[in-house]
Design a protein around this ligand. Structure first.
Ligand SMILES: NC(=O)c1ccc[n+]([C@@H]2O[C@H](COP(=O)([O-])OP(=O)(O)OC[C@H]3O[C@@H](n4cnc5c(N)ncnc54)[C@H](OP(=O)(O)O)[C@@H]3O)[C@@H](O)[C@H]2O)c1
Length: 274
C-alpha cells in the first residue's frame, strides 16, 4: 500500500476524510492526488501540498489524474458515478482498483461502464471517518484480486475500522453503521430530553447523557466483557435499574430496531430500482 498512487475523484466531506486519514497514516503526499469541481476546493487541497485539479480549470481533470493511479476513490455524488467512470475509462490502467463510496450504486452498474476491470470495489463508510473513527463496509467484486481488497481495507482502516462483506450485505450495513450515527444521535436526543423534563438544564442533561455514553464506551473498550455482562453488573435484582430494563424489554426495543432496519432496506431497494 505504501507505494501505491491513490487518486480521489471528488474530495468533499467523505473523500477528504479518507484522504486526511491516508495522509495521517504516513502515506507519501507525492503519491496522492485529488479532483474537485471548484477551483476553491482544489486550492484548499493544494495549500496542503496535495496535487489537485478542479473540473472548473480542466474539464478532463478526472481522467488526467486518475490515469496513472493504482487506487481510484470515487467521492462524487451517486448520480455522478457512471459519468465519472465513463470519463476515466479509456485512461486508467486495466488493473486499477476502482473504489466507490456511493450509496445505492451497485457493482454491476460500475461494471457496465468498466467491463474489463476486475478490481471494482463498493464501500460504505460513515461520518465518524471525519474524526478517524469511521466504520466502513468493503464489498469487492468477485473478480477483485486479494491485493486490491487488502489495499482497500488498509485505506479505510486509516480512518477507523474496515469490514469485508459481500455486496448483498451492504444495504444492511448501510442501515446499521452507515446510518448508525443517526441512531445514536436520535437516542441521545430522547435521553437528554427526558433529563430536561425532570428539571435538569440543557447543559446538565448534556453532561449526564454524553458523559455517560462516552464513559460507558471507554469502560467497554477497556474491559474484556460483553455489553450484556456490564449491564448485568449495574442491574441489581429488585433495584431501580432492573425496572428500567424491564420497561424497555416490555416495549420490545429489538422489534422497533428491526422495524427501523427493514424500513431502511425497503428504501434502499426503492432507490436502487429508480
Ligand atoms: N457524507 C456521508 O455521510 C457519506 C456516507 C457514506 C457514503 N457517502 C458517499 O460519499 C460520496 C460523496 O459524498 P459527500 O458527502 O462527501 O459529498 P460532497 O461533500 O458534496 O463532495 C462531493 C465532492 O465531489 C466534487 N465534485 C463534484 N462534481 C465533480 C466532478 N464532476 N468531478 C470531480 N469531483 C466533483 C465536489 O467538488 P467541490 O468541493 O468543488 O464542490 C466535492 O469535492 C457520495 O457518493 C455519498 O453517497 C457519503
Amino acid at each position: 500500500m505504501e507505494k501505491l498512487r491513490v487518486c480521489f475523484l471528488g474530495t468533499g466531506s467523505m473523500g477528504s476524510a479518507v484522504l486526511t486519514g491516508l495522509i495521517a497514516s504516513g502515506h507519501p503526499l507525492g503519491l496522492i492526488s485529488a479532483t474537485t469541481k471548484s477551483i476553491l476546493s482544489a486550492d484548499a487541497l493544494r495549500a496542503r501540498g496535495i496535487s489537485a485539479m478542479a473540473i472548473e480549470e480542466a474539464v478532463d481533470a478526472n481522467s488526467l489524474l486518475a490515469g496513472d493511479a493504482d487506487l481510484i476513490v470515487l467521492g462524487v455524488k451517486p448520480h455522478q458515478i457512471k459519468d465519472v467512470l465513463a470519463e476515466i475509462k479509456d485512461e486508467i490502467a486495466p488493473n486499477a482498483v476502482v473504489i466507490s463510496m456511493a450509496a445505492g450504486i451497485k457493482l454491476a452498474s460500475m461494471a457496465e461502464v468498466l467491463p474489463g476491470n476486475p478490481n471494482l470495489i463498493r464501500t460504505m463508510p460513515n461520518t465518524p471517518a471525519l474524526v478517524g473513527m469511521g466504520v466502513t463496509g468493503v464489498a469487492p467484486a468477485l473478480s477483485a484480486s486479494a491485493d486490491a481488497v487488502s489495499a482497500t481495507m488498509e485505506l479505510f482502516d486509516s480512518v477507523g475500522a474496515a469490514l469485508e462483506i459481500s455486496e448483498d450485505q451492504i444495504d444492511a450495513l448501510s442501515a446499521i453503521s452507515g446510518s448508525g450515527p443517526a441512531w445514536v444521535f436520535y437516542i441521545m436526543e430522547q435521553w437528554e430530553q427526558i433529563a430536561q423534563n425532570h428539571g435538569f438544564t440543557r447543559e446538565q442533561a448534556a453532561v449526564m447523557v454524553r458523559g455517560t455514553l462516552a464513559g460507558s464506551i471507554d469502560l467497554l473498550a477497556q474491559s474484556d466483557e460483553e455489553p450484556g455482562t456490564l449491564r448485568s453488573k449495574v442491574t441489581s435484582p429488585g433495584g431501580t435499574t432492573e425496572r428500567i430494563i424491564d420497561t424497555l424489554e416490555k416495549a420490545d426495543l429489538q422489534k422497533i430496531f428491526e422495524a427501523s432496519l427493514q424500513a431502511a432496506l425497503q428504501r434502499a431497494d426503492e432507490i436502487s430500482a429508480s
